[in-house]
Design a protein around this ligand. Structure first.
Ligand code: CMC
Length: 431
């Protein structure tokens, strides 16, 4: 708490003024936050479409300094986690606030492993989808349906139920993700192999088949793990805020995560990784880059450089830096020469030297290079956003749990109403 205050002066336009003192809240890091909660009692709302200036909650999980390009999970820089940690350890950190010791790590890994299978009836549930359904459409449906299969972890007031739901979601997301892919290509679903690590198990379910034992390359499994880790959390983004809002009505955790998946799907958010690869394919060669950069700058053209720009980062997205380095390493290790990587690098160079992008502080974001790595790993484009969803599940759950275990009220924004004022119903013969 702090004694600092902001004073809002309301000029009524008739020579009279009101001063309203608003408390300033101080975080550990980041700007002070003006608590406007008392304004409604004075007859005012605040107006902030897109929530560009609004802190919707208090959180201890993740911190971003967008001007400096800093991302911290529970205080640890993302670069250090990407180098020294792995996805499941980072999950533990996000959920419990500290890095696990070796016993805690073993227990956590073992428990996640024991939840990887899905209820057998979920397999038949898939048959209701068209084979050409987008895997994200399947994810929204199947994850939402988990609450129909796991009633024993939907009492949100019970911390044990919440923990079991968290384990189930983290463990089953790769299984459901791989099933949505297998369904689309008409191959049998693969059961998880719990002797494998998290990322290797996912690759086994994606690319294995019952006729041959799958060989998972450690290079590919490590790269996959790093991609999950880099997507694990990103504070109050659109999908996490959606999960919190859905959760604030006391909806069950599976329904809340399904809402998050739906919000993630759009190309302005998680859908951008798929859109980047489509854009790079459309560009096709280095000599066409300028044409696309010109289109991105043209106010009359709706085209945007996908994988560029961010609401919070006005500097390099630190995840993009790690991702770019990982793309170089993975392609070198796999001996792949991909012209797309060359186009992406040149595009980045041209955009970063262009006044439009400089003035608007548009830098590559996490999605710019992730698609190139995923493509090199053999992941089909339609699965890119699904992989983002798998990685982000822990972030969604950590935020949901933080909210439910603290004090919260139902999220209920207000509006600036600009429609008709009161009018009488018009009978049909007078319309
Ligand atoms: N290409 C060209 N111009 C852009 C771009 C872009 N990628 N991004 C923003 N701008 C321009 C925009 O036209 C606007 O110009 P003006 O001020 O003249 O109207 C200005 O920059 C600010 O853009 P905005 O849309 O008001 O910014 P925002 O904070 O609302 O949107 C964004 C952020 C990420 C949705 C946007 O930058 C964008 O559409 N980027 C491409 C999609 C993308 O890569 N999304 C992934 C985000 S990172 C992964 C994740 O966390 O989901």
């Amino acid at each position: 708490m702090t004694d600092k205050k902001a004073t809002l002066t309301i000029n009524h336009g008739d020579g009279t003024r009101d001063n309203v003192d608003l408390p300033l809240l101080e975080g550990t890091l980041g700007p002070d936050v003006i608590n406007v909660g008392s304004l409604t009692g004075k007859g005012y709302f605040t107006y902030d479409p897109g929530f560009t200036s609004t802190a919707s909650c208090e959180s201890k999980i993740t911190f971003i300094d967008g001007d400096k390009g800093i991302l911290l999970h529970r205080g640890y820089p993302i670069e250090q986690l990407a180098e020294h940690s792995d996805y499941l350890e980072t999950c533990y950190l996000l959920l419990y606030g500290e890095l696990p010791d070796s016993t805690q790590k073993d227990e956590f890994f073992t428990t996640v492993r024991h939840h990887t299978m899905v209820h057998e009836q979920i397999r038949t549930f898939f048959n209701g989808f068209r084979r050409d359904a987008h895997p994200m459409a399947i994810m929204c449906g199947v994850v939402g349906a988990l609450s129909a299969f796991y009633h024993d972890s939907t009492d949100i007031s019970d911390p044990h139920h919440r923990t079991v739901a968290a384990y189930r979601l983290i463990a089953k997301m790769p299984t459901i993700a791989a099933m949505s892919y297998k369904f689309s290509i008409g191959q049998p679903f693969m059961y998880p192999d719990n002797s494998l690590d998290y990322a290797a198990n996912f690759l086994h379910m994606m690319f294995g088949n019952p006729c041959e034992s799958s060989k998972i390359s450690p290079t590919i499994a490590r790269a996959m793990d790093r991609i999950f880790l880099l997507h694990a959390d990103h504070e109050q983004n659109a999908s996490t805020s959606t999960v919190r809002l859905a959760g604030s009505s006391q909806a069950n955790p599976f329904a809340c995560i399904a809402a998050g998946i739906a919000a993630l799907w759009g190309p302005s958010h998680g859908g951008a990784n798929e859109a980047v690869v489509k854009m790079l394919e459309e560009i096709g060669s280095v000599d066409r880059i300028n044409e696309f950069v010109a289109r991105a700058k043209d106010k009359n053209d709706s085209f945007r450089l996908m994988g560029f720009g961010h609401r919070v980062y006005k500097n390099f997205d630190p995840r993009a830096k790690v991702m770019k380095q990982a793309a170089d390493e993975v392609l070198a290790e796999l001996g792949i020469e991909d012209e797309m990587l060359e186009i992406a690098k040149r595009l980045e160079e041209i955009a970063l030297g262009d006044d439009y992008f400089i003035e608007k502080k548009l830098y590559p974001n996490v999605d710019f290079y992730s698609g190139i790595i995923l493509k090199a790993l053999g992941i089909p484009t339609s699965m890119f956003t699904v992989i983002f969803a798998v990685g982000r599940t822990v972030g969604w759950i950590a935020h949901w749990n933080e909210m439910i275990s603290g004090s919260y009220r139902i999220g209920r924004p207000r509006q600036l109403y600009t429609g008709y004022s009161n009018r009488d119903f018009t009978p049909m013969d007078q319309r």
